[in-house]
Design a binder for this molecule. Structure first.
Ligand code: ATP
Ligand code: PH2
Length: 234
């Protein structure tokens, strides 16, 4: 997805969650100064393949969810999903993170040559300054939710998990599966619940754009469809 397509939805997210576009742009610019270009053709091998987009819900630890990740051709892990999968012996092909929970895992993965998509936004500039320089730049894709500049990319998405799905889609992924997702997780705080509601809308948008249906949305599709009608109406 290009930024022009993403921008109206991005603006709606900012308005709903009270985040500031100027702060996102400032974070992007800090990240740009600490980044080198990343060749996205590196993900060409994902084309047409089954990609598991692993989320950070507690259910990821269940055997069935681990199995779904293991069976995929490619595993893209959002944030802490990487630690759970690595512990279970499932190889991770890419980590998508905004650096707030497991940056040490990200350092380790880039050192092993596994690409990490590191996201800069208005509320994580200290983490960007601290951690980006520690990553192996050859294996670091820097992302923003604002307009892309130079070595900082935006292929759509907001939370780590849905950004991972947009990245997989951008790379031409075939089937997408979603182990470790729970939109109605009673354990999360109110802000996280609102972010998860956006993750659901963004995945709903992505499945429409792909002409696809993600089983992970089956219990929530009516609600997401209603919300998308309001969001995407001209
Ligand atoms: N119940 C859930 N709790 C947390 N994350 C979930 C859940 N269900 C799906 N996810 C997806 O998994 C991703 C990784 O979750 P995790 O809690 O490990 O990371 P996070 O660093 O807090 O994510 P973010 O910063 O994007 O909120 C989230 O970004 C979200 O897209
Ligand atoms: N400005 C801002 N942007 C974000 C934030 C956040 O807390 N602040 N959290 C995200 C995923 O959790 C993604 N983007």
């Amino acid at each position: 997805m290009n930024f022009e397509t993403f921008e109206p939805v991005y603006e709606a997210i900012l308005a709903d969650l009270g985040f500031d576009r100027d702060a996102d742009e400032a974070a992007r610019d800090v990240a740009a100064g600490l980044s080198t270009p990343f060749d996205l053709s590196r993900f060409d091998g994902w084309e047409g393949r089954t990609v598991a987009v692993a989320g950070g819900a507690p259910c990821l630890r269940e055997d069935e969810e681990i199995r779904r990740a293991r069976e995929a051709d490619v595993v893209v892990a959002a944030s802490t999903a990487a630690d759970v999968l690595l512990e279970a012996g499932v190889a991770v092909d890419c980590l998508v993170t905004d650096l707030d929970k497991n940056p040490e895992t990200a350092v380790e993965l880039t050192e092993r040559g596994v690409p990490v998509a590191a996201h800069a936004h208005g509320d994580n500039v200290p983490a960007v300054r601290e951690w980006l320089p520690r990553f192996d730049a050859d294996h670091t894709l820097t992302t923003t939710q604002a307009a892309p500049v130079g070595p900082v990319y935006n292929v759509g998405g907001f939370t780590d998990g849905d950004r991972a799905a947009f990245l997989a889609d951008h790379a031409g992924a075939g089937r997408l599966t979603f182990p470790g997702w729970a939109f109605d997780d009673p354990e999360v705080d109110p802000m996280k619940a609102r972010k998860l509601a956006w993750a659901a809308r963004l995945l709903g948008w992505l499945e429409r754009l792909r002409g696809d249906r993600f089983a992970v949305l089956d219990d929530r599709r009516d609600r997401v469809d209603r919300e998308l009608e309001a969001l995407l109406e001209p």
